[in-house]
Design a protein around this ligand. Structure first.
Ligand code: F6P
Length: 345
């Protein structure tokens, strides 16, 4: 078979591990010919590929990013984009396309599947907000990076009697914030799922500092965390082809408000793309490798329109349509029942 792969959306540690596993299993077990489209759906629209074989994918297991490049190109938002995708798959003799991506990339894969294109999906995103799978690879690495940063911020906060606001990624879901906040001992965690009240955040900090005698606090905020309507203003940014506003700014605004309202000296740290770059954790390498093997097996089982997923520790298949229907948000039992128990002190 001639099987193509693409990586779309924000890059993510573990993408190369998936590519390596698909190639290894495809070439060695099934005798497939593999190619990679460059820069996500852009490469499909423009028919830009590179050959992939075992030799070309040596040494990439531990490497962050993606050797195929990525983009947020959406063929459904470009005139003639969908026809161009179909034509290039036909012209290049691609039997099946393995799309490695999050909600947006797999949303396109699902729509193309409905139009008759043979696709299999692999879930990736550091945000862990894709439905149908308990975890996406890249998330564990992002949490690890955030926790390391929080551990470091604790000691400098204590030395200077400061509040530290740490802004992490997660525009629609606060998985990274919740996990990193619990593991990092945060005094407050703000997530998109629960609009926050700045008065309550400040009251928690006052209680901690004035009544419990603590001299430093860490507040973790997902970039998509939002205040209750009308309580605090936020900045907005440009919109991409999937309609997402470029975020960033909540950490700065929170630091200003907290310092202004409580009088505690407050600093902010935006972790940004550091969370997405660099080498994947061992967990993510293994999950990505399992997904890669399962994806090429799905190709040969003709499980088109399906996404490989992790459920109860097992790799399973779920329809792409289920995976991209709604975002997986934070389990509020974890947020209220665990994270919140440690707020204040
Ligand atoms: O795709 C995940 C993600 O890292 C989000 O957490 C973040 O909001 C977004 O990508 C940033 O995208 P970009 O790199 O295009 O600014």
């Amino acid at each position: 078979m001639r099987v193509a792969m693409l990586t779309g959306g924000g890059d993510c540690p573990g993408l190369n591990a998936v590519i390596r596993a698909v190639v290894r299993q495809g070439e060695r077990t099934y005798g497939d010919e593999l190619v990679g489209f460059l820069d996500g759906w852009r490469g499909v629209i423009e028919g830009e590929t590179r050959p992939l074989d075992v030799n070309a994918t040596r040494g990439i297991l531990a490497r962050g990013g993606t050797i195929l490049g990525s983009s947020r190109t959406n063929p459904f938002k470009i005139e003639g984009g969908v026809d161009a995708c179909k034509e290039s798959l036909e012209a290049l003799g691609i039997d099946v396309l393995v799309a490695i991506g999050g909600e947006d990339t797999l949303g396109v894969a699902n729509k193309l599947h409905e139009l008759g294109v043979r696709v299999v999906g692999v879930p990736k995103t550091i945000d862990n907000d894709l439905s149908g799978t308990e975890l996406t690879f890249g998330f564990d690495t992002a949490v690890q990076i955030a926790v390391e940063a929080i551990d470091r911020l604790h000691t400098t906060a204590e030395s200077h009697n400061r509040v530290m606001v740490v802004e992490v990624m997660g525009r629609h879901a606060g998985h990274i914030a919740t996990w990193a906040g619990i593991a990092g001992g945060a005094a407050n965690i703000l997530i998109p799922e629960e609009a926050f009240d700045i008065d309550e955040v400040c009251a928690t900090l006052r209680h901690r500092h004035d009544e419990l005698g603590r001299n430093a606090s860490i507040v973790v905020a997902a970039e998509g965390a939002a205040p209750k309507e009308g309580t605090m203003t936020l900045q907005t940014g440009e919109v991409d082809q999937f309609g997402h506003v470029r975020l960033g700014g909540i950490g700065q605004r929170l630091a200003e408000e907290i310092e202004g309202r409580t009088g505690y000296e407050t600093r902010q740290t935006v972790l940004g793309h550091v969370q997405r770059g660099g080498t994947p954790t061992a967990f993510d390498r293994i999950l990505a490798t399992r997904f890669g093997i399962a994806a090429i097996d799905a190709v040969h089982d003709e499980a088109f329109g399906q996404m490989v997923a992790l459920q109860c520790g097992q790799i399973v298949r779920v329809p792409l349509s289920e995976a991209v229907g709604t975002l997986k948000t934070v389990d509020l039992d974890l947020y209220h029942g665990v994270a919140e128990r440690f707020f204040a002190g």
